[in-house]
Design a protein around this ligand. Sequence first.
Ligand SMILES: C[S@@+](CC[C@H](N)C(=O)[O-])C[C@H]1O[C@@H](n2cnc3c(N)ncnc32)[C@H](O)[C@@H]1O
Length: 1022
Amino acid sequence: MFQLKPTHKVVKDYFAEVHKLTQLGAVHEGAVAPAFANLLRGAAQPFGWTLAEQYARTVRSGQAIRIDGALLDKFRLARGYWEAKDSADDLDAEISRKLAAGYPQDNILFQSPTRIVVIQQGQRVWDAPASEPDALVAGLRAFLTYQPPAFERWQQAVEEFKAVVPKLAAALLELIEGERRGNQGFIDAFGRFAELCRAAINPNISDQAVEEMLIQHLLTERIFRRVFDNPDFVSRNVIAREIEEVARALTSQRFSRREFFRPLDRFYGAIETTAATINDFSEKQGFLNTVYEQFFQGFSVEVADTHGIVYTPQALVDFMVRSVEALLQREFGRSLADPGVHLLDPFVGTGNFILRVMRHLEEIGRLGSLPHKYAHELHCNEVMLLPYYIAAMNIEHEYYDLTGQYAPFAGICLVDTFELAEDIQMNMFAPENTARVQAQQGQEITVIMGNPPYNVGQVNENDNNKNRKYSTMDKRVRETYSKDSKATNKNALADPYVKAVRWAADRIGDEGIVAYVSNNGFLDGVATDGMRKHLSNDFDAIYILDLGGNVRKNPKLSGTTHNVFGIQVGVSINFFVKRRVKEDSPAEIFYARVEESWPKDEKYRYLDEKEQYGKVDWTRISPDRRHTWLTEGLHTEFETFMPLGSREAKAGTGEAADVLFHIFSSGVKSNRDAWVYNFNRNVLTENMSRTVETYNEQVFKWERLGNKGVNVDNFVAYDDKGISWSRDLKAKLKRGRLSEFDVGKVRTSLYRPFTTLNLFFDRVMNDVVYVFPSIFPAPETETENRVIWLKVGGDWSMFALMANKLADQLPQGGSQCFPFYTYNEDGSNRRENITDWALAQFRAQYQDESISKWDIFHYVYGLLHHPGYRQRYQANLKRELPRLPFAPDFRAFAAAGALLAEIHVGYEEISPYALEEIETPGQPLDYRVERMRLSKDRTQIRYNDFLALGGVPAEAFDYRLGNRSALEWVIDQYRVKTDRRSGIVNDPNRADDSRYIINLVGRVIAVSLETVEIVKGLPAYR
Ligand SMILES: C[S@@+](CC[C@H](N)C(=O)[O-])C[C@H]1O[C@@H](n2cnc3c(N)ncnc32)[C@H](O)[C@@H]1O
């Protein structure tokens, strides 16, 4: 392949250029390097390699380096590196320096205009002058014809392979896309295949997802054929056979699969050769698990996320299989080995639950039952091709290991489990697959076991990566779990694990067990009250082993260290038992939890030690009437207090009773904060007029389209710099709603505590503005109206902050706002929002007719600050809106509340606390903030390079709102932020008032100190 000759034009050009530069006296690195780069490009071209200049790489120390050039093959793998040096440099010293800094040594060429040094595998293999064409070409030959040695060890090869998988997949994608443009045979085959996928898996499946399936096929097929010495896999597997047809069309014409994969022989090579010597299949299986996780993590993070592509740790699988055996014995006198006990893993992944069940039969001395079980009673489903192959291969191999015979496993289906609930069954890819699905559907299932995917949905609509919709399953969740929930925000029910539980409860036979390891959010979620109700009605006994690990709720934990999956969401192992004869009473519920603070290995050890559910120390749970299972910390007298508001009162027209406030409103939910909020009015105006225009254009386009059968997700243009989509904005687009830019819509809003921003207040560009158009219809109302902005939800503790402006929804569970006045949206018809009923109650309670609604408003605000109240009802407040008792001293609370309201609303006018301004000698005067930082001992704020603010009083930190003090909110929010996706900059510095932020810091400290004083003076609340 090395074709370069000293007489070739590129070589002559190079020398001519060097000569010219020498004449000009410019023979330094920067001058000669471009000429050498041209030469390298020419020499590497026959290999199909390209030169990437200034190639970034991270060295072992973690430091990033930039190498002058890297020759990349079509997989974007570096085949050699090039570093250019000035002729005046001492090349040897330079080489030593670079190598010491961690430059790669497998194949690197150091070049100066007069000399070439090539280092391969750490050895200097070439070191000669380069002033003559012959010598130069010989040096290049040594560099370009380098053959990297095969990996010697399996582990090392696997590690490399892991790193390479994403590149591999990306290169395959490029190939497929190229063929789809020009290869008619392939275009036809691809089209037929895509139709098949749409019919069998998902009617909305994108071409991209179909391409990914092909990639998964090409990748795994080779692994199975070569690494696992299973040349018949493709012909044996019912799906692989089908897909191979398409792959053949891809490979028939100009493309040879063998040639294409040749550069990867080096990776496969070691894996294949070593694989032949490895008898222990589990080691090879480990490799497959790596491929499973790495393929999706590296190549399709979105799929990894929406489908929950993650391997279930062995300790959990072991514990669950043993527990199911023990539960079957105890509840029904049956065993997993017994004929008639059908088991289904609806989300099979790599198949480890099924494998473990097969091994279990051997463990309990019932291996004889395996052939029947394998042929008829083990079932599983998988929706992604790659895991489907891996599971099929693993299960068939396990069977071979256990019985010494090969038998195809007919229990596995390539199907979307939730689709099975639909009445109309689709054609499932291949006739055999359809037959298998039908066979599975006809079986009564005794055990459903597995690890369903969990995620609430996509984070950003611009990713166009949402959980798919299912008419039947979504309806089932809606009509049961959702219908019976009292929560306002039911987003948590969109998580696929919730659907998986609903599905299993519907699918399980007359008697049986559902064993899932899943998100533990349903145990205490506000939105999962209906789910808990149904679970205790649908089942007779429930065992929950809470493995904790919710990093959001407990920020001291680390997902990687403490969570059994290494993720951020809490996890539990759940066994739901259904008896044939349904008892009238709700299920008995048993709960146990491991120490939150345990690292995951300790949690695994616990599961190993306990072996099965019977050895766990369970506590029987008595749910309250609202289906709260984890009642620890809840106080029942809270129920007897007067509620701030209720959904019923809010929905009702006319006079409301039984509540303090008639209406309340969630904070404004923008769903595109980076766009609609900004410290700078001009920046906001510019961004919003641009995005409004982009959005309106899309509306017009949609209208012109006429054909409304088009999926809006595939219609809209995803351009992070022009618009940030949300589900809601797409729905508005479909309804033809236009937005209008109007400076009058730019209002001020309390975005975070003590952080006021400009907000583009508009019904289209904010997802939901809730009742705010009736609370602050116009800026004038800000002078008279007030709202108590209340943090609700389970993640942060409740806090209340008085505001005279619009307020944000806040993350982590949201906020609710209780206004004093409400209006018509045109600003007319002002009404007091505290109910007459509440006024009468207060007057009667305190025998005081002079009590006014403003007094009550302030009483509420004062009492919500009482530390004793907050502490005692912490758990209640995480579950529902506050309820307030009648405190003995009404006036004291009303007065304190009025004072607090005044300083909180007027925080920007208060005199700043005098901080010490410590200037850095030698630094120019500068009040600009990039990002402030608090010193470790929290007595100083590093304001910028020029200034530190000293003497921060410790008590200021006692005024906390949620997870931070007021001061920390300001430090956190007043910094220059650039939104990663849109590139929008949010800069809190003010051109007209350079000391604004310094003063603000002082003001918020002053407000904090005063708040702490007032709160200290509050009397008893009961
Ligand atoms: C958490 S993983 C299961 C891991 C498996 N227990 C293991 O250790 O290999 C969930 C699997 O379910 C699959 N899956 C997700 N949604 C599915 C659906 N609706 N139907 C069938 N399989 C699905 C995913 O592709 C993924 O492989």
